[in-house]
Design a protein around this ligand. Structure first.
Ligand code: NDP
Length: 434
């Protein structure tokens, strides 16, 4: 703890994994030898850098950039870049640590990493975003490469930002190295279904989890937090599976629509106009209303899909959800439920899908994008989504089987942590003390 002082989210993420490992160490003591666990908790490399840029008023602005290259035992570092004012080294480390196990769970050849900046994109013009991305990549590019480290998007980083970063990488290196970033637009090497993949994947996971109890989404009330990339495509797939989305949110408040959230309107507001979710109620009228502040988890639902940010669903929220009869929770975001909230769900018998398993569809499809880049190929949407669905089913089943093997059937937290850990541990063991 002293070594990583003040890195609260990192401590939280590590503790959650370590709490699951007792049973696996008891069965395979060699995983505790040669400081393997200590090595897994220590990033291979942490890069922190200055990002200077000039705003539209001609003022020089300074932000801090991060890239934590956590673990490359299974493949090149892989994980998104986040632009949000809350970003600090502890948050990037927690995300990189989680990413390592998530990527292992996909069964694909990708290591774990994460990056970002405390840059706040909100209210910035297109020109400012571009200059920031170019300055960020001017330093970061020397640490990347299709065989080294392959970033993607995350909070505040979507197709536009990936485009500006790829443009700058290409210019600095004089290499058209499509496989160095994922989440690219289709026109320059992106994959169909990447944009949809995290939300679609989380929904596939929850659908499979529901099916183990003979249930499905049909006719169920579903609440989603956030209204960004993950939230939007979760809502799309849930609606396709017959669920009714009753609420979604942003960091200022939430909207409730008893007619079911109109997804085209959300896309128009968030993806085209880049406005706040409060606009939804104003434009929709009818039975929709906006609540400033408050918690979206106060809205009664059968299935909750937290898809905004870490620790957004507290113990109090979990108690409210349980009281209102929630049957399943699927984490689209990374670590959105606090440890207390997870305990409350599990004690109440609510099916709980942790982010490290449920939201792995995004990175899995990024790995499919890397495959397409390597073979100079471009698959159809159907082909890519079919692969995604198969991957999500196999992640689900691996977590469920592992939980059963280790004596706690239905505990997806335990299953995901052990299954992810074992794959990373096996690879590290094979590579010697590195
Ligand atoms: P976006 O930037 O597209 O959307 C984020 C959404 O969450 C916005 O609606 C945002 O609202 C809201 N939000 C962000 N911070 C907060 C906060 N502190 N409190 C309340 N709401 C907040 O990001 P993504 O959809 O890409 O990412 C969402 C989550 O999913 C993150 O945890 C990310 O790590 C995780 N994830 C993303 C993947 C991807 O492929 N994109 C893959 C796997 C996980 P506002 O506009 O007000 O900030």
């Amino acid at each position: 703890l002293r070594r990583n002082a003040g890195e609260l989210e990192f401590h939280q993420a590590v503790r959650e994994v370590l709490e699951s490992l007792g049973r696996v160490i008891a069965k395979h003591p060699r995983y505790a030898e040669q400081a393997l666990i200590e090595r897994i908790c220590e990033p291979e490399r942490q890069i922190i850098f200055r990002v200077p840029w000039v705003d539209d008023a001609g003022q020089v602005q300074i932000n801090r950039g991060f890239r934590v290259q956590f673990n490359s035992a299974l493949g090149p570092y892989k994980g998104g870049i986040r632009f949000h004012p809350s970003v600090n080294v502890g948050i990037i480390k927690f995300l990189g640590f989680e990413q390592t196990f998530k990527n292992a769970l996909t069964g694909m050849p990708i290591g774990g990493g994460k990056g970002g900046s405390d840059f706040n994109p909100r209210g910035r013009t297109d020109g400012e975003i571009m200059r920031f991305c170019q300055s960020f990549m001017t330093e970061l590019h020397r640490h990347l490469g299709e065989y080294t480290d392959v970033p993607a998007g995350d909070i505040g980083v979507g197709g536009r930002e990936i485009g500006y970063m790829f443009g700058q990488y290409k210019r600095l290196t004089n290499r058209y190295e499509a496989g160095v970033l994922t989440g690219k637009a289709l026109i320059y090497g992106g994959s169909r279904a990447r944009k949809e993949a995290t939300g679609f994947g989380a929904t596939y996971f929850v659908q499979r989890m529901l099916s183990t109890k003979g249930l499905d989404f049909e006719g169920r009330r579903v609440t989603v937090s956030g209204s960004g990339n993950v939230a939007i495509y979760t809502m799309e797939k849930v609606a396709e599976f017959g669920g009714k989305i009753v609420a979604c949110s942003d960091s200022n408040g939430y909207v409730v629509d008893e007619d079911g959230i109109d997804l085209e309107l959300v896309k128009q507001i968030k993806e085209v106009r880049r406005e706040r979710i409060s606009e939804y109620a104003r434009l929709k009228g009818s039975r929709a209303h906006y609540v400033e502040g408050g918690s979206v988890w106060d809205v009664p639902c059968d299935v909750a899909m937290p898809s905004a940010t870490q620790n957004e669903l507290t113990g109090k929220d979990a108690r409210t959800l349980v009281k209102n009869g929630v049957i399943a929770v699927g984490e689209g975001a990374n670590m959105p439920s606090t440890p207390e909230a997870v305990r409350i769900f599990q004690d109440a018998g609510v099916m709980f899908a942790p982010g490290k398993a449920a939201n792995a569809g995004g990175v899995a499809t990024s790995a499919l994008e890397m495959q397409q880049n390597a073979s100079r190929d471009s698959w159809t949407f159907e082909q890519t989504e079919t692969r995604l669905a198969i991957i999500m089913r196999s992640i689900h089943d691996r977590c469920a089987e592992t939980a059963e093997e280790y004596g706690n059937p239905g505990d997806y937290v335990l299953g995901a942590n052990i299954a992810g850990f074992v794959r990373v541990a096996e690879a590290m063991d094979a590579l010697g003390v590195i």
